[in-house]
Ligand binder design. Structure first.
Ligand code: FIX
Ligand code: ZN
Length: 392
């Protein structure tokens, strides 16, 4: 058994050496061409940073949207990195990425960073990013109704490090929705074509199931049967309040507390379906753990979006460990820009190390034995096999 003083170092080492499967991102395999975003201008115009820009610069959204992407990135760099210290989670992430590539992070202009990214070729850069992030593979977000994405599926060769997830938001929100039978056929065709590892939808805080609406009907008669036929889970991301401030685009979404009785109903009434669930409000986290104790077909995952901050990840992960042991998926990156996986997974590992070490310290104090191999087994579950088992 190991000394408790060593625990945190051993846990950190195991976390560092375990390759993650990143179960929800907005990244694309290289075969999707310009849909896959990378490089400094995209890193700086991430919507998390745009939200912060408008708090520290007098520019108005409508003026901002008239700029080119390079001008936007210049303005964000000047405002959030030169005139202010980048201590927020999202700004610090850019610094961590530049530092990981060995770049000096104190340049006043973006020229050295643009030069660096322009010199990279995507295949080598991609391999380096995955290695720096300690990830083995990522799951994309694939919308068959996206007019830019869907034609590409006819000819694309998908890099095996990128798995598909069939995103349902557009299908479920269409103005002239298909009949359930049409929707079910559509989903089965696309899930098979994409080799989707799950289907996914984001839902508002007002989500209710069952309800007398099209969404409930399509879920019951198309989505859930299709998932059962294909033997894949449905991922529900609940609690997003879209476009509370439309002027700032993607940055204009907010969060709200949801009624998780819908999850209770789904898990109980559809025992042959499996549900990956992430909730956006802090207030819903404990309840989600309670439901996971009731239903083995419910897999809580990730600390989504506004929760992906050290203070929230620490609290939520501790709660999950206490209530669920290692039977959950602690995090996903939600990366939209390739290099973000470097800082997001670095931060996750850094936050998880003391939380996990503390759980082992308590176990040791209570008379349990903790060997490195035990820690390795747990981290394997958290970072990899809980997802693999749940999707196979
Ligand atoms: O719905 C989602 O998958 C969200 O994660 C995104 O739409 C959101 O904009 C985001 O990037 C959050 O991290
Ligand atoms: Zn997402």
């Amino acid at each position: 058994m190991m000394e408790t003083v060593n625990l945190e170092a051993v846990v950190a080492d195991v976390l560092a050496s375990t390759q993650v499967i990143d179960i929800h991102t907005h990244l694309f395999a290289p075969g999707f061409g310009s849909l896959g975003l990378w490089g400094i201008d995209h890193l700086l115009t991430y919507h998390y940073l745009e939200a912060e820009l408008f708090r520290s610069s007098p520019i108005r959204p409508e003026q901002y949207w008239m700029l080119t992407i390079e001008q936007r990135a210049d303005l964000i760099w000047k405002t959030l990195f030169v005139e202010n210290n980048p201590i927020s989670e999202a700004t610090r992430g850019v610094i961590a990425v530049l530092h990981a590539f060995g770049l000096d992070t104190s340049s006043i202009t973006l020229t050295p960073y643009r030069d660096f990214f322009n010199e990279q070729n995507l295949p080598d850069h991609l391999a380096r990013v995955f290695q720096l992030a300690g990830i083995e593979s990522v799951v994309m977000t694939n919308d068959p109704l996206d007019p830019e994405e869907s034609p590409l599926w006819d000819s694309v060769t998908v890099d095996p490090r990128f798995q598909a997830a069939l995103r349902l938001d557009r299908l479920l929100n269409q103005e002239t929705p298909p009949t359930p039978a049409e929707a079910r056929r559509f989903l089965e065709t696309w899930a098979t074509r994409m080799r989707a590892v799950y289907m996914a939808v984001s839902l508002p805080d007002s989500f209710q199931f069952p309800a007398h609406d099209r969404r409930s009907q399509l879920l019951t008669e198309a989505v859930l049967p299709a998932c059962r036929d294909l033997n894949i889970p449905l991922s529900l991301m609940i609690g997003v309040r879209r476009q509370v401030n439309p002027a700032i685009g993607l940055a204009g979404d907010a969060s709200g507390c949801a009624d998780l009785r819908s999850i209770e109903t789904l898990c109980r009434e559809f025992p042959d379906n499996r549900f990956l669930v992430s909730v956006l409000s802090r207030e819903n986290q404990h309840e989600l753990c309670v439901y996971a104790r009731k239903f083995a077909n419910l897999m809580p995952f990730g600390c989504w979006w506004f929760l992906n901050n050290p203070s929230m990840v620490e609290e939520i992960t501790r709660e999950r460990l206490e209530m669920l042991g290692t039977s959950f998926i602690p995090q996903h990156s939600d990366a939209r820009i390739l290099e973000q996986v470097i800082y997001k997974w670095r931060n996750t590992r850094r936050t998880l190390a003391p939380v996990l070490a503390n759980a082992y310290r308590l176990l040791a104090e209570d008379g349990g034995t903790v060997m490195r191999a035990d820690i390795e087994r747990d981290v394997q579950r958290l970072f990899r096999t809980n997802f693999q088992t749940f999707t196979s």
